[in-house]
Write a protein that binds this ligand. Sequence first.
Ligand code: 13P
Length: 247
Amino acid sequence: MPEKLVVGNWKMNPPSVADAVALGRDVAAHGQTGVAVGVAPPAIALAAVADALRGTAVAVYAQDLHWAERGAFTAQIAAAMLVDLAAGSIVGHSEVRRDQCDDDARVAKKLARAVEAGLRPILCVGESAAQHAAGEATAVVARQIAADLAEARHASLDRLVIAYEPVWAIGTGTPATGEHASAAARAIRAALKRAGLDGERVPILYGGSVSARSVGEFANADGIDGALVGGASLDADEFGAIVRAFA
Ligand code: 13P
């Protein structure tokens, strides 16, 4: 059985570093449930939140990283800068693919850099609204998995996490169904196997409008091991309820 894991992706929230530290402390105050918990603060708050959460059970993740080791990459963050602060990093989030023009080739390089540096990658895949309407979800995620893993050495992927995040479900208040998420998880595990990995051991998180109200659908879905939570992770009590649903 893969490990259970719930991670809050705070995106470009909350408004200040002090608010981020306070939110991190509130998340940690919920205590342990047997489910691994992480938070991904914005880069500017990463060091302060990492400091505040040191010694707690809550792991800190970055939201993105650059693929290069160092150099002339204005505004970017290298894996080596993250290793002392973060357990891992989200890679390939659809908002980064959309706003920073990340394609699968760049995502593959970022994933390889993350694992080489010892960061646990949470690789995001998922179909767009148009692909969903065309019934292409499972084909799209299989294609993304193959392309996004192309640069990483297999031996370094033993702590890989996949987040299945259908783009049409993110921030819309309309999550996928558990059945849809399970079908995607099956396609992801088959693609991991084709890539030479033991897909049965890789945790697959669902992300897209997960709330305390909708989480039961995913906590009970076959093949789903946790959640990557956006908006609802900004409320520590609601996030705590989502974590407990997977316990
Ligand atoms: P929401 O939970 O706000 O839909 O965001 C999901 C997400 O993108 C997490 O990475």
